[in-house]
Design a protein around this ligand. Structure first.
Ligand code: FCB
Length: 453
């Protein structure tokens, strides 16, 4: 065991996203988003719920900022709802929508908390979807125009912009698996969409850089580090294909100028993507940092009967969170080492990491979410291990500050370090995990296992 050390200036924060916490889905001129449409269509969300009210952060943000402060956290990662800022296809800016984020940013700064905004965390305006959404190239200019407006309004107070949250998830879950908005199930559209998403990403980075030249710009990528099921070359190659499709498909074209080898028949896949002359050049991007969202890992075996990737995902032996995701703390260390190696020792943030656990208030009125405390301690320990190995990790954000609307799972999965009572006025209550994180940030010792694999 070794004692965890974090560099001076290391940023400790907590994360949320607009649709998951804000509520106020129709207030102050906000337009409809694809998540409003999706949740209001029966059968899409396990408990039939929506983010119409969610945590009501739109009205209660001063209370949530006070919670961050009480927890000693120095940064808040939140996202901006495009449909609040540009409600309809006229493209006109809704001043009241931007005013909300203006107030939030000022409240954070007044409390000594760094705002860490994300420009897009999945809640595409419905008017953009009606024009073809992420599958249609018109989104590229629409997204850049929105980003420009936001950055010009808030940029004087923002040091770090995150452009996308998890491009792989909103592309694949929304267009191939149909479990997220807009609910499509079409692998061909997904491939084409992935390329448009990448083009829009690169264009937005250029736009943000032009609007705020001194700001650091990055994006948050979901990464599921792949453990080959065996040391055999076929399993190792299969794990690489999984890595390419899930982890690298939305990063390599931008920073390495090529799509990684993911498909058994890569040429056939590429042929479906509508890559036009000049596209690969316009993808070329540099990021000031790479942000990683990490929850679990994938164990991958070669399986020739699966036609696209030739892979099969196996169940691991680790304990599971309430969502059923395997808990494997060494995976965050392995992931960071891989990203450090593959992308030239970049500045890194962990922008999401956390554990689904339903534990609520006990007879003593406190929330003893022991499994989340254990999860955070082990994962943060492995982050410290990667720092000791020389990786340039600048900050860690717990997902999530609050229990919130967990997409297709509705309110059935809780990730907060603060309990939200959705039955009783959305009362907030700091959980044991929140107090534990506060103590860590204040300097409490943490030991990690440097032999985990
Ligand atoms: C991530 C999302 C975040 C949250 C967590 C549990 O994929 O970015 O909004 O739902 O999963």
């Amino acid at each position: 065991m070794r004692r965890a050390k974090f560099p001076a200036g290391f940023i400790w924060g907590a994360a949320t996203s607009a649709y998951q916490v804000e509520g106020a889905w129709q207030e102050d001129g906000k337009g409809e988003s694809i998540w409003d449409r999706f949740t209001h269509s029966p059968g899409n969300i396990v408990d039939g719920s929506s983010g119409d009210v969610a945590c009501d952060q739109y009205h209660r943000y001063p209370e949530d900022v006070a919670l961050l402060r009480e927890l000693g956290l120095r940064a808040y990662r939140f996202s901006i709802a495009w449909s609040r800022v540009v409600p309809d296809g006229s493209g006109a800016v809704n001043r009241a929508g931007l005013d909300y984020y203006d107030r939030l940013v000022d409240e954070l700064l007044a409390n000594g908390i760094e705002p860490f905004p994300t420009l897009f965390h999945w809640d595409l305006p419905q008017w953009v979807q009606d024009a073809g959404g992420w599958a249609d190239r018109s989104v590229i200019g629409a997204f850049a125009a929105y980003a420009d407006k936001v950055v010009r309004r808030l940029g004087d107070r923002i040091g770090t912009w995150t452009v996308f949250n998890e491009p792989e998830v909103f592309t694949t879950h929304g267009h191939q698996h149909g479990v997220h908005a807009p609910g499509l199930r079409d692998p061909g559209i997904t491939l084409r969409t992935s390329h448009v998403v990448n083009l829009a990403h690169a264009e937005a980075v250029r736009t943000v850089r032009a609007a705020a030249p001194k700001t650091r710009i990055g994006s948050a990528f979901n990464m599921d580090i792949a453990y080959p099921a065996s040391e055999g070359p076929r399993d190792v190659a299969a794990a690489e294909r999984h890595h390419a499709w899930v982890n690298a498909w939305y990063l390599d074209p931008l920073v390495h100028g090529r799509y990684p080898l993911a498909f058994l028949d890569q040429d056939a896949a590429i042929a479906q993507m509508d890559i036009r002359p000049g596209d690969m050049a316009s993808l070329a991007t540099t990021f000031d940092f790479i942000a990683l969202n990490m929850y679990s890992r994938a164990i991958i075996a070669h399986d020739p009967s699966e036609a696209r990737f030739g892979i099969r995902q196996l169940e691991g032996p680790g304990r599971r969170n309430s969502f059923g995701w395997e808990i494997w703390p060494a995976a965050i260390h392995r992931l960071v080492r891989r990203v450090d190696r593959d992308y030239g020792h970049p500045a890194l943030y962990i922008t999401e990491n956390g554990c689904a656990d339903a534990t609520g208030p006990g007879p003593d009125g406190r929330v003893h979410d022991a499994s989340r405390v254990d999860y955070l301690a082990r994962h943060i320990g492995q982050v410290a291990r990667a720092i000791d190995d020389g990786c340039d990790i600048r900050g860690y954000f717990a997902w999530s500050l609050l229990d919130n609307f967990e997409w297709a799972a509705g309110y059935s999965q809780r990730f907060g370090i603060v309990w939200v009572d959705f039955e009783d006025g959305r009362r907030r209550l700091i959980k044991d995990s929140g107090w534990w994180l506060r103590d860590l940030v204040a300097g409490a010792p943490l030991d990690y296992d440097d032999a985990l694999d």
